[in-house]
Design a protein around this ligand. Structure first.
Ligand code: GLA
Length: 416
């Protein structure tokens, strides 16, 4: 029998116990409290967030846990169950560029809240996580969001609300702080989907997020009643957002929007008249030198992906509303082709995961997140999930890749 490596999520109790233990070992005694925040997957709508587009993520059951005690001074001391190096420093000295590595995500949230005028002081904290690291499932947003709700709670900022009654307006403020932490302190100019998914999702629901105005709606995510499941395949191919490729895609989209005279490509997606002439207008702009050395063909394909994926979010929303869940599969596969061929953010391992899953009977699949490694999702019949996972394992072994990990995704609770 082929061995399938299922990546288990800790229960809330287990996560809290693990992080409290680390805290006690390092700082002694009990923390003021424990908090946690989920990683995310995204059903459809990739590389659309920073284009003002639509995304359709959900919170995973896999979470990052934090045990934290506030301090009266501005000193921060943090340790992580996943990192060998603790970090200690003074929050008053924190500034973009002053903190590197994993600590930037933690310190960055406290720094961003202070920048926004909130009275946040120092703290002692331990963190640990069952969100696989570097898997394209937003372990960094889970870390930021867990720290955000912890600081909100211990410093009485009144932003997050409770688990039973989350305060969505306040959570938007926490999302902003997490985004600033990631952009300015960690140096990854990402689009905001991940932080919103971690803080603004609802258990059992997909989060339909409009990145133009940050408005949301919660869409029931129930695959089981149709006998389906969403298989997450962590290819374990190294994935790193803090590199040039993500920034280059973003820069191309922004140059295209400028050349088209709009704030974001979303405005083109919403305007059939503009959409019908978009490639002619890009050609003209290219002739006028708007894209420098970048070939018109490349710019056009990047734009085609963004417009296509925004449309695919609408398509999937309609299919789910009409109960035609199985038909989502081919839309995912179409999105994968677009990410692979037009946006060029896939890689061999992701392509193989998707192809092998489909060859073994998946209804469709695609890479998720930023790309260049990380995870793929496949929509499968629940009864076939094991066999499809086994087929992917065998395809990876045949190609000489390390063994992938798997999860059956369910929509978990947001940060609290
Ligand atoms: C990463 C970023 C997100 C988003 C996705 C691609 O996960 O953090 O903001 O851009 O890539 O959809």
């Amino acid at each position: 029998m082929t061995h399938i490596d299922w990546i288990d999520a800790w229960s809330l109790e287990e996560g809290a116990a693990r992080v409290s233990k680390i805290y006690a070992e390092v700082f002694g005694g009990d923390p003021t409290g424990t908090w946690s925040a989920p990683g995310r997957a995204n059903l459809i709508g990739e590389h659309t967030d920073y284009n003002g587009g639509l995304v359709f993520p959900f919170a995973l059951l896999h979470r990052t846990y934090v045990a934290l005690t506030p301090r009266t001074d501005s000193i921060v001391r943090i340790v992580s169950g996943q990192e060998s190096m603790p970090w200690e420093g003074d929050l008053s000295d924190a500034a973009p560029g002053s903190v590197s590595g994993w600590a930037a995500y933690v310190v960055g949230v406290a720094w961003a809240l202070r920048e926004a005028g909130y009275d946040v002081r120092g703290f002692d904290a331990a963190v640990t996580s069952c969100v696989p690291y570097g898997a394209g499932l937003s372990s960094s947003a889970a870390l930021e969001a867990s720290v955000a709700v912890a600081l909100d709670s211990v410093y009485g900022l009144g932003l997050g609300g409770t688990r039973e009654e989350p305060n969505d307006d306040g959570r938007k403020v926490l999302v902003e702080a997490c985004i600033r932490a990631e952009r300015e302190m960690a140096g990854a100019n990402t689009g905001g989907m991940d932080q919103s998914a971690s803080l603004r999702s609802r258990e059992g629901y997909l989060l339909l997020l409009d990145c133009l105005d940050q408005s949301i709606s919660h869409v029931p995510f129930d695959l089981e009643s149709s006998g389906l499941a969403l298989l997450v395949i962590d290819t374990r191919a190294p994935h790193q957002l803090v590199d040039g490729q993500y920034a280059a895609r973003r820069a191309t989209c922004e140059a295209a929007a400028r050349a088209l005279g709009v704030g974001t490509l979303r405005e083109i997606a919403d305007d059939p008249a503009a959409a019908s002439v978009v490639y002619d207008r890009l050609a003209q702009a290219s002739t006028d030198g708007a894209f420098g050395d970048e070939a018109l063909d490349v710019v056009s394909r990047r734009v085609r992906h963004v417009l296509g994926d925004i449309e695919r979010v609408h398509v999937v929303e309609r299919l789910l509303a009409e109960g035609r869940t199985a038909e989502v599969g081919p839309v995912l596969t179409e999105a994968h082709a677009s990410l692979r061929d037009d946006y060029e953010v896939s890689c061999d391992e992701l392509d193989l995961a998707v192809d092998a899953a489909i060859a073994a009977g998946a209804l469709g699949g695609r890479m998720v997140g930023g790309g260049f490694g990380g995870s793929a999702i496949a929509l499968v019949k629940l009864s076939e999930a094991d066999a499809i996972a086994a087929a992917v394992v065998e395809a990876f072994a045949g190609a000489g890749y390390s063994a992938p990990g798997f999860m059956i995704a369910a929509a978990g609770a947001p940060a609290f």
